[in-house]
Design a protein around this ligand. Structure first.
Ligand SMILES: NC(=O)c1ccc[n+]([C@@H]2O[C@H](COP(=O)([O-])OP(=O)(O)OC[C@H]3O[C@@H](n4cnc5c(N)ncnc54)[C@H](OP(=O)(O)O)[C@@H]3O)[C@@H](O)[C@H]2O)c1
Length: 419
């Protein structure tokens, strides 16, 4: 936190006394429009916006209360700071086009919003003398929302000095925090970073949709069901700052309740068999023909539109009719076993998970000398129970993974490690 505060002080010190740079937005979609609106509210002048389609450009210009532009080249003539909010795959060609047409140069700073790509994606503009960087908001923008508040949002930022300076300034303006990459981070680290962001945000959505679909298959649906799931998930998220990611694991895997896990797997298998359409059975990727099974109209669930089917083939989402769900159970077992093995490293001295003293860093702390923090229920799974959990799962997953595990090539603690 200290570091972030220092960065912000530096950026305040570098702030020119005169006017703010004018911003042009190339690709004002969900992220670009929401960020531009937040910057405009913070006082940044918007020179204009250019999307791919004219109608979309007009709508964005209306929402942002700024002039539309024919294209990025026109915007470059009006703005010093260009935010590229196109889909990831278009960023390089947009920057390449600007560079080729000779409209960007040393007076410009280009920032793209992609989490997956680094500043090198804007190399063509950099060669023309423009400053380049990437400013990735760690926030999910489900729609173009000019009213969204970004206070508290983390932004990863990479780029050359001028781009870093501008990015820090923007982040500060919207009351966000810069998340720094370690020195020497390259494309591989960037991709892992983005995969992690996808896991935190998109997998959360995926898991809650799965939960809603399972409940719908059990006949539990509608507002009360949705609220119950959100309350459960919200409570779990609230636990994490106090007990750590791994310490927040509860449930049958953390307890080693094998019979419960077997019941789940059997019920999933029953659902698969009882709802498989004839063409799903036999060879091939069974049951994966309908990825959007829960999104049909007319349902009573507030969020999923799910119909509360109790198992008809036409209404049960295709992925519930495959056996892939067992793999999610394997991930859970892997986590539970990893937690158990960590604890097992210090027999008789299971570390309580303590609340971090300051900040939001999460850790599994050593047992404190004095005063002792009270241990919280951290889901410690006895190693022998965890191994039994894995046995159940090997039966589902097949021989390859069982062999890898038993040979010690793969363990929940990492390749070849042991407790
Ligand atoms: N959405 C999020 O939650 C989120 C969060 C963090 C970062 N990001 C990043 O933000 C970027 C945009 O994502 P998004 O979800 O906002 O996408 P989006 O809603 O699909 O918006 C993309 C925008 O780019 C425009 N566009 C596409 N190709 C273009 C081109 N060649 N020239 C000019 N404009 C072009 C589109 O114009 P039309 O409207 O005319 O099609 C659209 O307005 C991505 O790099 C993404 O990784 C997104």
């Amino acid at each position: 936190m200290e570091k972030h505060a220092r960065i912000q002080e530096e950026s305040i010190a570098k702030r020119p006394a005169g006017s703010l740079p004018r911003i042009g937005v190339i690709g004002a979609g969900r992220a670009g429009l929401s960020l531009a609106a937040a910057l405009a509210r913070a006082g940044w002048p918007l020179a204009g916006v250019a999307n791919r389609n004219a109608d979309s450009t007009k709508e964005a210009a209306f929402l942002l209360e700024c002039p539309p532009a024919k294209d990025g080249a026109e915007l470059a003539g009006r703005a010093e700071a260009l935010i590229i909010g196109t889909p990831d795959d278009a960023v390089e060609s947009v920057a390449g086009g600007l560079a080729e047409s000779g409209v960007v140069g040393p007076a410009h700073t280009l920032l793209h919003l992609s989490g997956a790509h680094g500043p090198e994606t804007l190399a063509a503009a950099s060669r023309k003398g423009a400053a380049v960087g990437c400013l990735h908001p760690l926030r999910s923008f489900p729609r173009r929302d000019p009213g969204i508040r970004l206070a508290g949002t983390f932004f990863s930022l990479q780029g050359d000095d001028r781009a870093l300076s501008l990015g820090r300034w923007m982040v500060e303006s919207v009351e966000g925090t810069v998340l720094e990459f370690p020195a020497g981070s390259g494309a591989a680290e960037r991709a892992l970073y983005h995969a992690g962001a996808v896991a935190a945000s998109n997998f959360t959505v995926c898991m809650l949709n799965l939960a809603a679909d399972l409940w719908a298959a059990a006949g539990l649906k509608g507002q009360a069901a949705d609220e119950a799931l959100l309350e459960l998930a919200g409570g779990t998220l609230e636990n994490i700052p106090r007990v750590g990611f791994r310490g927040a694991l509860t449930g049958p895997f953390a307890r080693g309740d094998l019979d419960t896990i077997r019941r789940h797997l059997a019920a999933l298998d029953d659902l698969r068999v009882s709802t498989s359409a004839p063409e799903d059975q036999g060879a091939g990727p069974a049951g994966c023909s309908s990825p959007a099974g829960s999104s049909g109209p007319g349902g009573t669930s507030r969020f999923t539109g799910s119909s509360g089917s109790t198992g008809s083939a036409s209404e049960t989402p295709g992925y519930l009719r495959s056996n892939r769900l067992a793999r999610l159970y394997a991930c859970l077992a892997w986590l539970a076993l990893g937690v158990a093995m960590e604890r097992g490293r210090e027999p008789g001295r299971l570390a309580p998970i303590t609340a971090p003293a300051t900040g939001s860093s999460l850790s599994t702390a050593e047992t404190p000398a004095s005063p002792p923090n009270p241990p919280v229920a951290a889901g410690a799974l006895a190693p022998e129970k965890a191994a039994a959990v894995m046995e159940v799962l090997f039966a589902v997953l097949g021989e390859g993974e069982e062999q890898a595990f038993k040979s010690g090539d793969e363990t929940p603690m990492g390749k070849g490690s042991s407790s």
